[in-house]
Design a protein around this ligand. Structure first.
Ligand code: FES
Length: 128
């Protein structure tokens, strides 16, 4: 089996799937090569804590598993901690990915960063 049990688990039972209609930040990223797309929604509360996070992934199994794991890793964390999340950390939490699937975890890291960037942009607009 080339996939770890953790990967299969998150692929078969992805956590935090869906969208947050009144999200504070939304990030959409894609990989031009494989055509996979990931969308991440975050709800940010007091102290810049990520109270809720959801994702939608139109992509391969590893993309679904990595985005699912990424949501679990940033939920309840502060924005700063979410920004520090690396694709390596996601892969490690999933107990590894085959080399050809590493780019899927990069997409998950980018989706988190894009959602945070969107949140920051909205904050800046609100604060004039
Ligand atoms: Fe491209 Fe998985 S094959 S994200």
């Amino acid at each position: 089996m080339i996939y770890s049990e953790k990967v299969l688990d998150h692929f078969q039972n992805p956590r935090n799937v869906g969208e947050i209609p009144d999200a504070d930040g939304v990030g959409t990223v894609g990989n031009a090569k494989c055509g996979d797309i990931m969308q991440m929604f975050i709800k940010v509360g007091d102290g810049e804590v990520i109270e809720d996070v959801k994702f939608k992934t139109f992509g391969c199994g590893a993309a679904i598993a990595t985005s699912s794991m990424a949501t679990e890793l940033i939920k309840g964390k502060r924005i700063e901690e979410a920004l520090a999340l690396t694709n390596e950390a996601v892969v490690e939490a999933l107990e590894g990915l085959p080399p050809v699937k590493i780019h899927c975890s990069v997409l998950a890291e980018e989706a988190v960063k894009a959602a945070v960037e969107d949140y920051r942009k909205k904050q800046a607009q609100q604060n004039g």
